[in-house]
Write a protein that binds this ligand. Structure first.
Ligand code: ADP
Length: 491
């Protein structure tokens, strides 16, 4: 049950609200209780003052120091200050009770007995003793039916030291506090009930879009990755979540699409050499009486196509490993100009076969931390293309330069160039500007060479660009930072 966010939210919400309600109620209750007790104490002091003023007046009027005069004045004063909630007790110099208001004033027998019982209690005697020895003047005394607030005041009557104790019934105050307690308890209970139900419905309503999104997301699979979640309000948190999720789906969709295209293109590329292999083998098998030259020719074709197949498979393998970031780069301190010279040397035979001039300028010292095998592969791809797409008696140049921040390798040729509308696509996998032309002879590439070269440049934190390509030829440039931190990841 607590696994549900709705329930957890409701419980938290209710718990916090209950805590707030309890805190407010308890604080209010104690403030009311303290204030009302303070007011009672003040009232008691005022009442005692008023009582003693009347008492002293009455005593003065008696003009005698007879002990009965004290009793008479006390009774007179008690009569005047008679109230249902207050009782007066006068103690003599030795602590004995001289008189009480109920002996005098109360016609209510029940009340008189009650007060008499209070006076007999241990707590009252204790208070009276402590008040007599000036230890305290105020205290709360438990008693039958209700507690009483006791207030003591010393006074002199005909040179005798007496003690007035006023007992105030806390019944009304207790009732008021009881009502407050009752009200607060119900308030907290009702608050909890309302917060619980209200909070649950609120949480349910707020989370409804998430549940709907979840249901919809569950229906999105590899086959319908084009479906998107509805974005009700793009500015709120849920809208933002849906947008982020849709962006993720976009990326996934594109990635799936790329993968689908990659597999389709790869199969297509592999099919042609495989068909040639099968055709050639069939011819060799079906014509048993062929000459040795014919067999040799067939074997040559088989060898060429197998090499082509191996090259395509190797390129595919490189790109797949590059995509998953699993191509290990073996970094070393190398001299780029030496690699450029080496590559030019390797490409020279091919250039010569096609009557193409190959010029190298690798005089600048370019010491770099890089994977030499990959750099060689990148440069050979560029040189191979330059030679492949340049007509006889053309010219190919490769040179490397050193700038303050980068090392650059430029490969230029005098080939026919790439049509402007296709230039932006040449780094795409399997893209060939003129597939028909390349099917013949050695020119048949699979359209992976530049993709791999671009990845190698990026894996060294550099870049590969087509600087210019027109009827006068093409110019490719590789830029490698001097202090590259190599990475095996590409987009
Ligand atoms: P391929 O294996 O077909 O050469 P690449 O990825 O190396 O594949 O090149 C992609 C396409 O870019 C080629 O098919 C070709 O049309 C074009 N291209 C690349 N380099 C050159 C160049 N130097 N001159 C003209 N076209 C080029």
């Amino acid at each position: 049950m607590f696994d549900s966010v709705r329930v957890r939210l409701t419980v938290w919400y209710s718990a916090v609200l209950t805590m707030v309600l309890v805190l407010v109620s308890v604080t209010t209750y104690f403030i009311v209780r303290t204030t009302s007790m303070q007011r009672t104490d003040t009232d008691l002091a005022v009442l005692a003052d008023s009582f003693l003023v009347t008492f002293q007046d009455e005593l003065a009027d008696a003009r005698t120091i007879d002990p009965s005069a004290i009793l008479g004045a006390a009774r007179q004063s008690m009569d005047e200050h008679r109230s249902n909630s207050d009782a007066f007790v006068i103690l003599g110099p030795t602590g004995q009770i001289l008189t009480t208001s109920d002996e005098v004033a109360s016609s209510n027998y029940e009340r008189a007995t009650l007060i008499a019982r209070v006076l007999e209690t241990y707590e009252f005697r204790r208070f009276a003793n402590r008040a007599a020895s000036n230890e305290l003047t105020l205290d709360t005394i438990p008693g039958p039916h209700t507690r009483r607030r006791a207030y003591a005041r010393h006074f002199k009557a005909n040179d005798q030291s007496c003690l007035l104790i006023v007992l105030h019934s806390l019944h009304a105050q207790n009732e008021m506090l009881e009502t407050i307690r009752f009200t607060f308890t119900w308030m907290i209970f009702l608050g909890l009930l309302l917060a619980g139900t209200g909070g649950y419905f609120l949480a349910r309503k707020s989370l409804a879009p998430v549940v709907a999104m979840g249901a919809q997301a569950r229906q999105i699979g590899a086959t319908n990755l084009h479906a998107r979640l509805p974005v009700l309000n793009p500015n709120d948190e849920l809208g933002q979540l849906a947008t982020i999720f849709n962006d993720l789906l976009d990326r996934l969709d594109q990635s799936f699409e790329r993968q689908r295209r990659f597999i389709a293109d790869a199969s297509h590329e592999l099919r042609t050499p495989l068909a040639i292999l099968r055709g050639e083998a069939e011819v060799a098998i079906s014509q048993p009486g062929r000459s040795a030259e014919d067999y040799l020719e067939s074997l040559k074709i088989l060898h060429e196509e197998t090499s082509r197949l191996i090259k395509i498979v190797e390129d595919l393998f490189t790109l797949t490993r590059a995509d998953s970031g699993q191509y290990p780069l073996t970094l070393q301190d190398v001299y780029l100009e030496e690699i450029v010279t080496d590559c030019a040397q390797s490409a020279r035979t091919l250039a010569r076969e096609n009557n193409i001039d190959l010029d190298v300028d690798a005089s600048a010292e370019c010491r770099i931390q890089a994977d030499p095998a990959l750099l060689r592969r990148m440069l050979l791809n560029l040189l191979d293309n330059a030679i492949k797409y340049t007509n006889e008696h053309g010219r190919v140049e490769i040179n490397c330069r050193s700038t303050p921040n980068t090392f650059e390798v430029h490969v230029t040729d005098t080939g026919p160039g790439i049509p402007p509308e296709l230039q932006s696509r040449i780094f795409e996998r399997f893209f060939r500007a003129d597939p028909a032309r390349q099917r013949s002879g050695r020119e048949g590439g699979a359209g992976l060479g530049l993709s791999i070269a671009l990845w190698i440049a990026q894996a060294h934190q550099g870049s590969l660009e087509l600087v210019r390509s027109d009827a006068s030829g093409s110019h490719f440039a590789v830029y490698l930072p001097r202090h590259a931190v190599a990475s095996t990841h590409t987009d």
